[in-house]
Ligand binder design. Structure first.
Ligand SMILES: NC(=O)c1ccc[n+]([C@@H]2O[C@H](COP(=O)([O-])OP(=O)(O)OC[C@H]3O[C@@H](n4cnc5c(N)ncnc54)[C@H](O)[C@@H]3O)[C@@H](O)[C@H]2O)c1
Length: 320
């Protein structure tokens, strides 16, 4: 009997990519992980270290070094390439824009030349802009490119709501909408506790949130982590690996991701953080909520920010 192996490629094994690769094994998600990075010795060392952990993983996993061409028959490729040191100059992921667009525009065609037909999961920042660029340069159907978007930011929000209410996250719905960046916001109108809208708890102090503070903490959480480590690892690697698992297991789970919009929320031809159904075909459906005017305006502002950065990225790429 021939059993189909679950093969995942990871491009860029810095802080994030290495942790994603580890989680893909430790969480029992992949059978084979192909590691690709421009730093040759880093790849050799990470492959050695990861294979040293295989005996303690829930199933047998093979970690191998790969070039771009060797990723052609992966089911999923995770893009975690970049240069995190660029963020030491200020609290905005836009500082990575120029480097990220150049790297991604260079290597995606090399991967596609091998005939890759799987799904790209993008982590690299600015996440929505780079997800859009991967979709454009790969020529894959847009639903087969998905960014982690506000998945990580939403887990920061969920942690704050859990801490205040004492409730486990599985009992409530809460997420960040919009840009994976400083423009994102809490979709308070969509928060519910086992189907009961937040507004129904107005008389209960446990559910009276300092909305500005929770939103600030969800947006700034990454910078708190960055300040002492000059990177973020566990949260994003758990989010990234979970997104890969959702695809490989065809879970049809609704999670917030950077998804291509085709008229939802009044937006076209853009990747932005929204709840979506994720399965074996990638982004299978965007879930659209009817937002109140102030949240709809915030969402439009996020899209303006992303569009402006896409334009800047195109300018950088087309400058001779
Ligand atoms: N979306 C999110 O929520 C989120 C969270 C954390 C980090 N990130 C982003 O993930 C990216 C990686 O972060 P990090 O901390 O691991 O950075 P890092 O600098 O530690 O590692 C980046 C790795 O990418 C490699 N690389 C660069 N260009 C490459 C190319 N063309 N091909 C293959 N490999 C290449 C580098 O050699 C390096 O090993 C950054 O863009 C960062 O901002 C996103």
């Amino acid at each position: 009997m021939k059993i189909k192996k679950r093969i995942v490629g990871v491009v860029g094994v810095g802080h994030v990519g290495a942790h994603v690769a580890f989680n893909l094994g430790m969480m029992g998600i992949a059978d084979e992980v192909r590691i690709c990075d421009v730093k040759e010795q880093k790849v050799i060392s990470e492959v050695q270290d990861l294979n040293d952990a295989v005996s303690y993983m829930p199933n047998h996993v093979i970690y191998v070094a790969s070039d771009y061409a060797g990723l052609k028959d992966c089911d999923v490729i995770v893009n975690a390439s970049g240069d995190i040191s660029l963020l030491t100059k200020g609290n905005t992921r836009d500082l990575e824009l120029a480097n990220s667009v150049k790297q991604v525009a260079d290597f995606v065609p090399k991967i596609m030349a091998g005939g890759f037909q799987g799904i790209f999961v993008n982590i690299t920042n600015p996440c929505d802009v780079i997800s859009n660029l991967i979709a454009e340069t790969s020529g894959l159907p847009r639903q087969r490119v998905v960014g982690t978007g506000t998945l990580l930011d939403s887990s920061r929000l969920i942690h704050s709501i859990s801490a205040q209410t004492g409730l486990d996250a599985r009992g409530f719905t809460a997420f960040m909408l919009g840009e994976h960046g400083n423009a994102q916001f809490v979709a308070w109108s969509c928060v519910s506790f086992y189907g009961k809208p937040l507004a129904d708890f107005s008389g209960d102090a446990t559910f009276r949130f300092d909305k500005e503070d929770l939103q600030r903490r969800a947006i700034d959480g990454g910078w708190v982590t960055f300040r002492g480590k000059q990177c973020t690892e566990y949260g994003i690697a758990s989010a990234g690996a979970t997104l890969v698992r959702t695809i490989l297991h065809d879970e049809k789970r609704i999670i917030p991701v950077s998804a291509p919009l085709r008229g939802e929320y009044g937006q076209q031809d853009i990747y932005c953080g929204v709840p979506a159904v994720i399965g074996a075909d990638g982004v299978e459906r965007v879930i659209e909520y009817k937002l109140p005017p102030e949240e709809a305006a915030e969402f439009a502002r996020c899209c303006d920010t992303i569009r402006a950065n896409i334009a800047k990225g195109n300018e950088i790429l087309h400058k001779k």
